[in-house]
Design a protein around this ligand. Structure first.
Ligand SMILES: [Fe+2]
Ligand SMILES: [Fe+2]
Length: 140
């Protein structure tokens, strides 16, 4: 079974966010395949960095959305983002220091984090952002 598979259960009903989530799943899946295929260190490092970069951009986007919608759960949500941000840096450092297991540990952590965060936290954000949009439109 694929470890990274986007399904409707992940949908935030914010099309741009959902598209970014799908992309993150695709990148994580690619890294997973590369590890299993025994790809060389340089290649794995590039894929890890690509995934970390895509995660960074995606988090910044969500945080902008939450700020403009004045989401109550912003601080809580951002704390969760910060956890994955620092784990990404951590596993990349471990890999650079010669820990060959780091990509697998990163994949496993990310798979669990994606499932928990996208399934609940991001969906709550989706509802709050859509609600704020509706209120703004009604006030115009
Ligand atoms: Fe998020
Ligand atoms: Fe997200």
């Amino acid at each position: 079974m694929r470890q990274f598979q986007w399904t409707k259960a992940h949908s935030t009903y914010l099309p741009e966010v959902d598209a970014e989530h799908r992309y993150l799943f695709r990148m994580a899946d690619e890294l997973h395949h590369a590890v299993r295929a025994g790809q060389d260190k340089e290649h794995l490092r590039t894929l890890m960095q690509t995934l970390i970069g895509a995660v960074e951009e995606h988090f910044a986007h969500e945080e902008r959305l939450m700020e403009s919608a004045r989401c109550e759960s912003y601080a809580w949500h951002r704390q969760q983002h910060d956890t994955l941000r620092s784990k990404g840096r951590h596993y990349l450092e471990l890999f650079d220091a010669g820990d060959a297991h780091a990509p697998v540990a990163f994949i496993n952590f990310t798979a669990r984090w994606f499932r928990d965060h996208m399934g609940l936290t991001d969906r709550m954000m989706g509802a709050q952002v859509r609600n704020a949009d509706r209120l703004n439109t009604a006030a115009r």
